[in-house]
Write a protein that binds this ligand. Structure first.
Ligand SMILES: [Zn+2]
Length: 297
C-alpha cells in the first residue's frame, strides 16, 4: 500500500494521510481486554478486509499523521511515534528508523514549511515526530511551526502523577517529545473547554482516552470533518462504543466521549479522520437505528 494516502478536498482544505507504520497481528483480546470474543466475532462480518489480518483473527492498526493544507497554512495533526526514541518498555517504538519525513516531502511539505503541529493528546504514538535527535539532543522537527497542545495534557504529563504509573504509555515521552518544544518557546496551549482555532477549526474536549484529549472539528462551506485522535482505535468501536482499549486511561469518560463523537459525526455527516483505523483511515459514520455503522472513503 502507498505510504501517501489519497487527497481529500473538504471544507476548503485538502487532507492527506502520511503513513508512519502499520501494526499487524494485534489480538482483539489485547486491544479490547473487556470485550468478549463472541462480541468481536459478531462484528467481524461487517468489518472491511483491510481491518483485519488475512487470518481474520487479528487486527490491523495504523499510525500516521494527517496533513491539512488550508489556503493559508500547513498543519499536521498528530505526529506518530518518531525515530530514535528510547522506548525500552515499548519495543515496537524503540529506536525506530522510519523514512516518515521523506514521505512528508513526497507530499510536497518540507519540515520548515509546517505552520502548526497539533497533538490531540500527548501519548507516545501521537507526539513522536514533534522532535528529532540532533547531535545527541532532542530538537523540534518543525522549527517554523507553532505546536498546539491541550493544556491539561501538558500539565498532567509534566507531573509526577503520570510518571509514577508504569502502565501509562507516556513515561519518557514528555521529556523527549514535548518538553523540547516548550523549551524552544514554540508551544501554545488549548484550555480544557476547547474553542475556535484559525478560521475554520474548533477544538472539542473529548477526554477519557487520556486526561485532556481533544478532537479537532473542521467546518466551512457547509461541509465538516473531524479529526478525533484516539476517541476510537478501530472500526470495531463504531459498533461498540462501550469498548475501551487497553490504552484508555479514564474508562467511563472515554466511552462517553466516544458516543458523543459518533453522534456528532453521524448527525453532521462529517468526514471522520481516524488516527488508528487501517486502510484509508477516513470515512463516514451513519446511524442504523440505535447503532452506528462505518464506511471507508
Ligand atoms: Zn494512539
Amino acid at each position: 500500500m502507498s505510504d501517501l494516502g489519497k487527497e481529500y478536498h473538504i471544507a476548503g482544505v485538502t487532507v492527506r494521510k502520511v503513513q508512519e507504520q502499520y501494526l499487524h497481528d494485534v489480538p482483539p483480546s489485547f486491544l479490547y481486554p473487556s470485550a468478549k470474543s463472541e462480541d468481536i466475532k459478531a462484528i467481524g462480518p461487517r468489518l472491511a478486509g483491510i481491518d483485519m489480518d488475512e487470518d481474520r483473527d487479528t487486527l490491523v492498526v495504523s499510525i500516521h499523521t494527517w496533513l491539512v493544507k488550508t489556503p493559508d497554512h500547513v498543519i499536521l495533526i498528530d505526529t506518530g511515534s518518531g525515530n530514535d526514541k528510547e522506548r525500552p518498555r515499548n519495543p515496537g517504538f524503540h529506536h525506530q528508523t522510519i523514512p516518515f519525513l521523506d514521505r512528508l516531502r513526497r507530499a510536497g511539505v518540507a519540515p520548515e514549511d509546517v505552520d502548526f503541529v497539533i497533538n490531540t493528546h500527548l501519548h507516545v504514538d501521537h507526539s513522536g515526530w514533534n522532535t528529532v535527535l540532533q547531535d545527541g539532543k532532542w530538537v523540534p522537527t518543525f522549527k517554523n511551526a507553532r505546536y498546539i497542545f491541550p493544556r491539561v495534557e501538558q500539565e498532567y504529563y509534566s507531573s509526577t502523577a503520570s510518571h509514577n504509573d508504569v502502565n501509562i504509555p507516556s513515561s519518557g515521552v514528555y521529556e523527549d517529545s514535548v518538553w523540547p518544544v516548550i523549551d524552544a518557546g514554540i508551544a501554545d496551549f488549548i484550555d480544557s473547554e476547547g474553542g475556535t482555532f484559525l478560521d475554520r477549526f474548533t477544538f472539542l474536549p473529548t477526554p477519557g482516552h487520556s486526561i485532556g484529549h481533544m478532537s479537532v472539528l473542521l467546518e466551512a462551506d457547509n461541509e465538516s470533518a473531524i479529526f478525533a485522535g484516539d476517541v476510537m482505535h478501530h472500526p470495531i468501536q463504531v459498533e461498540r462504543p462501550d469498548f475501551n482499549t487497553v490504552f484508555c486511561e479514564f474508562l467511563d469518560l472515554a466511552a462517553q466521549s466516544r458516543r458523543r463523537v459518533l453522534e456528532l459525526t453521524a448527525d453532521k455527516h462529517a468526514m471522520y479522520f481516524s488516527t488508528h483505523f487501517p486502510g484509508s483511515s477516513a470515512g463516514y459514520v451513519t446511524r442504523d437505528g440505535e447503532k452506528f455503522r462505518w464506511s471507508y472513503v
